[in-house]
Write a protein that binds this ligand. Structure first.
Ligand code: GCU
Length: 138
């Protein structure tokens, strides 16, 4: 399957606001995390099958300081303090990808700001088709 995109502005947002005052986002806006640790954006992600999926986080960070996010799946941190380094300006976006196991059906993917500055601006989460962990049989 080709995977799916989930817009941050449509997710559950705690400790952040939807804004659209920079260029280059997809959808109708992005999430500006509060400048404090603990704010999060939580997506409900549907997986057709269980297995490893690539979670592609599109973000902007116009500061010179990292804005790390904890990545949790179904309530467990699977990748702590993933680095979201500077993109130079708030109009410039980049994508960081984290691989995580999803169960078949609905999963919650939560991205939580783990530093005092809060998270970067968050555009969307892309979820790619599962990676094949088995060798082909010939
Ligand atoms: C600026 C910028 C916001 C950003 C904020 C921050 O205010 O315009 O989009 O979220 O800095 O530092 O988090």
């Amino acid at each position: 399957s080709p995977g799916a995109d989930y817009q941050a502005e449509n997710a559950t947002i705690v400790g952040g606001v939807v804004e659209a005052n920079h260029t280059g986002y997809t959808g109708t806006g992005f999430v500006n995390y509060d400048n404090a640790a603990g704010g999060y954006v939580e997506f409900t992600v549907n997986a057709a099958v269980a297995g490893n999926h690539a979670l592609a986080v599109r973000y902007s960070n116009g500061t010179t300081t990292d804005r790390p996010l904890d990545v949790s799946v179904n309530g467990s941190v699977v990748a702590p303090a993933v680095s979201f380094p500077s993109t130079t300006t708030w109009d410039t976006w980049a994508t960081r990808t984290v691989n995580a196991a999803l169960t078949a059906g609905a999963n919650t993917v939560r991205l939580t700001g783990s530093s005092a500055a809060g998270g970067p601006n968050l555009d969307k989460l892309g979820v790619a088709a599962p990676t094949d962990t088995e060798s082909p049989t010939v």
